[in-house]
Design a protein around this ligand. Structure first.
Ligand code: HMG
Ligand code: MG
Length: 307
């Protein structure tokens, strides 16, 4: 057979979760005005995403950049068909998220103790305990819940992370009743073979359609990792417009995989997302003008140079 004709396993359609307004803007050095965040999210909404992670209801002492979460949620124009979600670390965050009428919440922990301690000031076991009432409150409100497992491929404080640790936290989140698990390469160290072996391990614990991948692109391996995950049957990917992103409690981590780069690859492979790439570029262009900085997206740079 002609080698060019070999078609590897791939889905027809993928769900792209836009995390730029949260993962991106939580890491900004300068202040992004509330009105600009609202405009950014409204522009993203025009691109037709299924899910936009709009903000976080965390402690404003921990993340002052997102202290205006309630104002942002109140100010955006919600489009039918888009789920607007937010991160919630505890009961207080859940109460604020309910008051802001988010469509879905995400609890977040990790596979390494030191990162979880730095990030949310508790142990992994303590985080699971805190999430119990958050998930109950979400259920009572008929809300979907996502669970993040950070540092799944490496920790900024401990180095290598055992796949068994990722599996254990994933199982604990599922036991709480979390609907979807997002596996986070928080510091962008993963390589494709690791993605293949971790997904093979997790597949037995989580139905594959409930598993998402959240790659940061610190070392340029994010798209290669997406390909490995696609071949393993994963159909949910997180990305951020323009490649914004990073966690203030993960030193050295850079932005998420850029949505533009992800869409270019998926659409080019014949995989549908329902998202308009040009509209994502328009949102990134707006935010770049606010930040006075060019986006990290490779596709954005190429598309801009061609114009
Ligand atoms: P703590 O200090 O242990 O909390 O922080 P506490 O319960 O002792 O409360 C301390 C103060 O914070 C109190 O106020 C609380 O009311 C207030 P005070 O009495 O001192 O005035 N507080 C809150 N205020 C508003 N909203 C809340 C809230 N909770 C407490 N929800 C805590 C623990 C978890 C709150 C804190 O560490 C925190 O907010 N951490 C969030 C850190 C964060 O957002 N990191 C980035 C997101 S994770 C990420 O980026 C990774 C991801 O992208 C995936 C990946 O890449 O791997 C998701
Ligand atoms: Mg992240």
């Amino acid at each position: 057979m002609d080698n060019n004709m070999v078609i590897h396993q791939q889905p027809d359609r993928v769900t792209v979760v836009e995390v730029g307004p949260r993962d991106g803007l939580q890491n900004e050095k300068g202040v992004v005005a509330t009105a600009d965040k609202i405009r950014f999210i409204d522009l993203l909404s025009a691109a037709g995403y299924p899910v936009i992670e709009a903000t976080s209801f965390v402690s404003p002492k921990a993340i002052p950049q997102l202290g205006d979460a309630a104002e942002v949620m109140a100010g955006i124009t919600r489009r039918p068909g888009i789920r607007y979600t937010a991160l919630v670390p505890n009961r207080k965050g859940m109460e604020r998220a309910l008051a802001a009428q988010v469509d879905e919440v995400a609890v977040f922990t990790g596979a390494s103790e030191s990162f979880v301690q730095h990030n949310i000031n508790t142990s992994i076991a303590g985080s699971i305990e805190n999430f119990r009432s958050v998930v109950e409150m979400a259920r009572a409100a008929g809300m979907r819940v996502r669970g993040y497992v950070s540092t799944a491929f490496g920790c900024p404080y401990e180095g290598a992370v055992a796949p068994a640790a990722v599996l254990s936290v994933t199982e604990q989140l599922l036991a709480l009743g979390v609907d979807e698990i997002s596996i986070g390469d928080t510091i962008g160290v993963a390589t494709p073979n690791q993605v293949s072996s971790l997904t093979a391990l997790l597949k037995d614990a989580v139905p594959i359609e409930r598993l998402a991948m959240h790659f940061h692109d610190t070392r340029g391996t994010a798209l290669a990792n997406v390909l490995a995950a696609l071949q393993a049957g994963i159909t949910i990917f997180d990305s951020s417009a323009g490649g914004l992103g990073g966690c203030p409690y993960a030193p050295g981590a850079s932005g998420n995989l850029a949505t533009e780069d992800l869409l270019y690859m998926l659409h080019g492979m014949g995989i549908e997302t329902g998202i308009n790439l040009e509209a994502v570029i328009a949102a990134s262009r707006f935010l770049a003008s606010v930040r006075g900085m060019a986006p990290a997206s490779r596709y954005y740079a190429a598309a801009t140079a061609e114009r």
